[in-house]
Write a protein that binds this ligand. Structure first.
Ligand code: NDP
Length: 287
């Protein structure tokens, strides 16, 4: 039987409507209108598309979005000065500096300059530390989106063996922390695989849930997936013919998996949704 589709687009619509309702209620109670500041340095076309989509989503749910576009020649000191101004601006609740940055700017210094209270991308070491300690303030957007896709589609996580392929700071590593955490949405047994792992298929075949976060088309083939397993495809790969595909051989794996996320329309829309969620929570006075 073909796999159940874990529809990220549909869940994103539902969760964005929930955030919009939360924003409307916050404002009706006299609270602040949540505001996201986006910062884009340089001309990378993909980054421009990502930031535009994030800003549009913000406006759709009733948040303010303020955009700062800086030339590729911007110095680190200039960027840090802007971030300092945004840190001090009470109308800005979340700050998103789109990565990658030009080579003259140290990414780590920039990530560390964002106020942890406005760190809606959840990259600051304080945010990461709180997550690792089991007391998250903000959860990183892509892993949180994946967790929500599983939870809200009733894919059992507690006690499941999750094999995550990819150990980046953005996806694999924080997702492992979240799924192994004690409590709802967690309690999984997690294995992380990477480019140095031996016999990837032997690992993924043991999984109740396979997460592919690598950036290589057709890395996960049908023989690497146990029949009935859930498969989450984070990869976004642009083929020479212009098509966007994930890391999973979708047509074949969908024939044997129990559930699968499509690309596009799976994890991608959830990432933006969780950014809105974080910005909303950053604006809630209780925090
Ligand atoms: P990185 O390049 O930072 O990490 C890739 C990981 O894959 C690394 O840990 C690497 O191992 C591992 N890897 C590479 N080759 C292999 C292999 N042959 N077998 C097993 N592991 C391998 O990528 P990101 O985590 O940033 O992104 C991964 C993918 O997810 C990309 O396609 C990206 O575009 C997509 N993405 C999608 C998002 C969305 O919203 N849908 C959001 C973020 C990313 P090693 O550490 O040893 O090098």
């Amino acid at each position: 039987m073909p796999a159940r589709i874990l529809d990220g687009k549909a869940l994103a619509d539902t969760m964005q409507a929930e955030t919009a309702a939360g924003v409307a209620e916050l404002v009706a109670r006299g609270g602040p209108k949540p505001g996201l500041a986006t910062v884009l340095v340089g001309e990378d076309p993909a980054s421009h598309v990502y930031v535009r989509n994030k800003r549009r989503a913000c406006e759709r749910v009733g948040m303010t979005s303020v955009h700062h576009e800086l030339p590729a020649t911007t110095s680190q000191a200039e960027l840090l000065a802007l971030i300092n101004r945004l840190n001090a601006d009470p109308s800005v609740h979340g700050i998103l500096v789109q990565l990658p940055l030009p080579p003259q700017i140290d990414e780590r210094a920039v990530i560390q300059s964002v106020s942890p209270l406005k760190d809606v991308d959840a990259f600051h070491p304080e945010t990461v530390g709180l997550l690792a300690a089991g007391h998250p303030r903000f959860r990183p957007c892509t892993p949180h989106g994946i967790q929500q896709l599983l939870v809200r589609n009733n894919v059992p996580i507690a006690g499941a063996h999750v094999v995550i392929v990819g150990r980046s700071n953005i996806v694999g590593k924080p997702l492992a922390l979240m799924l192994m955490q004690k409590g709802p949405g967690g309690d999984a047994t997690v294995t992380i695989a990477h480019s140095r792992s031996r016999d990837l298929g032997a690992l993924t075949r043991q999984a109740d849930i396979v997460v592919a976060a690598v950036g290589r088309p057709i890395l996960i083939t049908a023989d690497m997936v146990r029949p009935g397993a859930a498969v989450v495809d984070v990869g976004m790969n642009r083929l020479p013919d212009g098509r966007l595909v994930g890391d999973v051989d979708y047509a074949a794996v969908a024939q044997i998996a129990g559930a699968i996320t499509p690309v596009p329309g799976g994890v991608g829309p959830m990432t933006i949704t969780m950014l809105l969620h974080n910005t909303f929570h950053a604006a809630c006075p209780a925090r």
